[in-house]
Write a protein that binds this ligand. Structure first.
Ligand code: NAI
Length: 376
């Protein structure tokens, strides 16, 4: 049976679009979403706003997406799925989507940093932004940007919507619902810390691996893992801390090098992305009224006002950097508050050595993305 292009979605359906779904991350993330999203089946669905999940998978590589969707559609879970490519158009993919996930774009090869991807991926992001402006309800939709460089591509989308799509973005507060996905840095920090503490026998061997908050951006020194906030901090010596910080900041390079030209992290990224999407699904299904996490977001609206509670306190602490990842609370309206206190809780090294290295680089990446959006 052919896979429906535009399935008649029931009002109780939560539609999730993945743009770039045939790629390394797109495929693995789609598999996790198809097999692991079980919310509607577990409890009484009458209490929920929505009780069915639909995945709309889009990729410019038509053969690849046809194969991926045919393959996934044989999996025996109630998550429904549809197939979209330029041949069928992106409109049917995006229409009525509550959540749009974007891993579309080129990954790194050995010797490249994330900024080297900017020219190609910024164009892709601009085109997809235009499609989102055209076909999504900007007053409701959430967008999760995985494509690199996250530090610049989130500003590309936000600024393009403000400046080129003012007619549809005005008064929608869309910037509160566009998130750069930096969760892989948190997953890495947790994993690497666990390895060190297990080796040193500092903490008991257990499955309980506490999160290490990672703030700032998602590239090299803009990545700020705050080991000072972890339970094992006091047991770590200076060398261990330096090793851990460097490994989190440059962990992506280990995978790029190991893949030797075949791309960057896909499986660990899909795992990290699934953790994030899972929370958003819970929020959008109406299971919870708010979620908590760390994403890379705009701190200002199109008129230069702070977008959520705590941002006015955060901005002077980070030299008015307009985009930043920080622990936050998110409701269906988007980011509602940020935990700016975390900057006060940093240790001397994080505050005096890491933050001054992060901020100028991050501000430059934000400027690159914002400028591109306005000039192209
Ligand atoms: P990939 O090359 O395997 O997949 C990218 C997919 O995007 C391809 O299937 C391609 O056909 C598709 N694509 C290209 N242009 C498109 C467009 N205009 N519309 C729809 N689809 C389009 O790459 P991979 O490994 O999946 O990585 C994707 C992106 O994610 C890269 O930019 C990579 O740097 C980034 N990434 C981000 C991470 C993060 O922590 N945020 C971690 C790892 C990778």
């Amino acid at each position: 049976m052919p896979h429906p292009i535009n399935p008649a979605l029931q009002p109780n359906t939560l539609k999730i679009s993945i743009l770039g779904a045939a790629g390394g991350i797109g495929q693995s993330l789609s598999l996790l979403l198809k097999t692991q999203l079980h919310f509607p089946l577990k409890t009484n669905s009458t209490q929920r706003d929505k009780n069915h999940i639909h995945l709309a998978l889009y990729d410019v590589n038509e053969d690849a997406i046809n194969g991926v969707v045919a393959d996934l559609s044989h999996i025996d879970t109630p998550v429904s799925i549809s197939n979209h490519s330029p041949a069928t158009g992106i409109k049917d993919c995006l229409m009525n989507s509550s959540l749009v996930i974007i891993p579309a774009g080129m990954p790194r090869k050995p010797g490249m940093n994330r900024e080297d991807l900017f020219n190609i991926n910024a164009k892709i992001m601009s085109n997809l932004t235009d499609d989102i402006a055209k076909y999504c309800d900007l007053s409701k939709v959430f967008v999760l940007i995985i494509s690199n460089p996250v530090n610049s591509l989130v500003p590309v989308m936000v600024n393009r919507l403000w400046h080129k799509h003012q007619d549809v973005s005005k008064n929608t507060h869309i910037e509160r619902r566009i998130m750069g996905v930096t969760k892989l840095d948190i997953v890495r920090a947790k994993t690497f810390l666990h390895e060190v503490t297990i080796d040193a026998d500092i903490t008991p061997r257990s499955n309980d691996m506490p999160d290490v908050p990672v703030i700032g951006g998602h590239s090299g020194e803009t990545i700020m893992p705050l080991f000072s906030q972890s339970r094992s901090y006091k047991s770590l010596d200076k060398d261990q801390l330096a090793y851990l910080i460097h490994r989190v900041q440059y962990g992506g390079d280990e995978v790029v090098k190991a893949k030797n030209g075949l791309g960057s992290a896909t499986l660990s990224m899909a795992h990290a992305g699934f953790k994030v999407v899972n929370k958003f699904v819970s929020l959008l299904l109406g299971n919870v009224s708010e979620i908590h996490g760390i994403c890379y977001v705009s701190l200002l609206d199109s008129e230069g006002h702070p977008t959520a509670m705590g941002m006015e306190k955060l901005l002077p602490l980070i030299d008015n950097c307009a985009f930043f990842s920080i622990p936050m609370t998110i409701t269906k309206k988007g980011v509602t508050s940020v935990d700016y206190d975390i900057v006060d809780r940093m240790d001397d090294h994080e505050r005096n050595e890491m933050l001054p290295l992060c901020l100028p680089k991050l501000k430059k990446s934000v400027e690159t993305g914002s400028k591109f959006a306005i000039e192209n």
